[in-house]
Design a protein around this ligand. Structure first.
Ligand code: PEP
Length: 246
């Protein structure tokens, strides 16, 4: 099965810098068989569209509005993102939840908006340090998945990728061990099976994200049940990110 590697640029680089980044990145991954996806600031979409169209690399947004259109100054709708040539959007990233106070109900609405315009969703879920310490990881993930996926039809799950990102691992240099991730991925599949069917649970793509870098990625990419990686900080270096993708 083809693996995914998603690079989340967060609020880094200008469009011009991203174009220079691609000058370095693209020649390095010519033979790469991985599904590579860049999650970019919307200001970079025109660069992505013109530079990635002739490649297998896809791009997406880092967030979308939960509203369809209207008086929501500063927001970007799913239809706008799609019209720019994007195929994906992140939804529910812990930084968006923390800084913009996104609730699970809002995340659910965003997923519905994305699917309505044929944008695929990379849904980020993860536990806090406290939840992990008090053995509440599974309960927390269940609450997140139950609400975020509420009202979805089973056949819509094929357009959802789940990114398991422990909040305490994002940008901290800390990671769970391989066994813990394996067991959490099993828990996520069990929750999906409860809400939908075992078949959907078996098929859904689940990524791991949180402090992945060029030196540690291999052990995570090999985890049973993991379809790939979501990379933040380390994707900003084109050489490192190309090595991870390859
Ligand atoms: C992320 O932003 O989703 C992420 C995983 O960041 P980092 O790789 O920097 O921990």
């Amino acid at each position: 099965m083809k693996k995914f590697v998603v690079g989340n640029f967060k609020m880094n680089t200008t469009p011009t810098e991203f174009s220079s980044y691609l000058d370095e990145f693209l020649p390095r991954i010519k033979e790469c068989k991985t599904n590579v996806i860049f999650c970019l600031p919307a200001t970079h979409f025109h660069v992505a569209k013109s530079r990635l169209d002739a490649t297998n690399i896809k791009f997406g947004a880092q967030n979308i509005s939960c509203e369809e259109s209207g008086a929501y100054t500063g927001e970007i709708s799913s239809a706008m993102v799609k019209d720019c040539g994007a195929n994906y959007t992140l939804v529910g990233h812990s930084e968006a939840r923390r800084h913009f106070k996104e609730t699970l109900e809002v995340i659910n609405q965003k997923i519905i908006r994305a699917l309505a315009v044929n944008l695929k969703v990379i849904l980020c879920i993860g536990e806090t340090k406290y939840e992990r310490a008090t053995k509440k990881t599974k309960i927390s993930l269940k609450r997140q998945l139950d609400t975020a996926l509420k009202g979805l039809y089973e056949n819509e799950l094929k357009n959802i990728i789940i990114a398991y990102e422990p909040i305490w691992a994002i940008g901290t240099g800390k990671t769970p061990n391989v066994k813990d991730i394996e067991s959490t991925v099993n828990d996520i599949r069990a929750i999906i099976a409860d809400n939908f069917t075992q078949r959907s649970a078996d098929k859904i793509n689940i990524l791991y994200g949180g402090s992945i870098n060029e030196n540690n990625f291999a052990q995570f990419a090999k985890i049973k049940g993991i379809s790939g990686l979501l990379v933040g900080g380390a994707c900003l270096n084109p050489k490192s990110f190309a090595n991870i993708c390859k």
